[in-house]
Design a protein around this ligand. Structure first.
Ligand SMILES: [Zn+2]
Length: 154
């Protein structure tokens, strides 16, 4: 683990890139990695993570920034195609302990999502108890379909 990245969830995964499970490697390029969100009750919730430790958007290089826009739109297209969502939310805070590494949540908003869980309130579906998590089988199936869709677009 690199200096300054101690205790960083994303760096711990970036550092074992070649051994990552499919859930942590939905898609990737030289600057970015796409993972399935952990501890969520919403199927299809993705996270877009830089391949190096940065804690603010201002630290991203022009090359990383150039890919960022493309990833956000490609992931949104894939989520529309695979989950049937009506829009996607893109959110970056990086405030939770252990998660200061910049990461963009790319969240499918299903048509049936209750009003009280729309907009920023969708974070009520993250950090849920294990019994409410998206079942591993469904999560893996969605990740596989998203990966296939992204490869077809690339
Ligand atoms: Zn990091």
């Amino acid at each position: 683990m690199t200096v300054g990245a101690e205790g960083c969830f994303s760096c711990a995964n970036n550092d074992r890139f070649d051994e990552l499970p499919a859930s942590e490697l939905v898609a990737t390029d030289e600057h970015w990695r796409v993972a399935r969100a952990i501890n969520t009750a919403l199927p299809g919730w993705l996270v877009l993570v830089p391949r190096r430790h940065v804690t603010t958007l201002a630290e991203l290089t022009d090359a990383e920034a150039a890919g960022l826009g493309l990833w956000q739109i490609r992931l949104s297209r894939a989520l529309h195609a695979v989950t049937g969502c009506v829009k996607t939310y893109v959110v970056q805070f990086a405030e939770a302990a252990g998660f200061a590494h910049v990461h963009f949540h790319v969240v499918p908003r299903p048509p049936e999502l209750p009003e009280e869980l729309r907009g920023p309130r969708v974070f009520g579906l993250l950090g849920r108890p294990e019994a409410e998590h998206v079942p591993a089988g469904l999560a893996d199936e969605l990740a596989g379909r998203l990966r296939a869709h992204l490869l077809a677009q690339a």
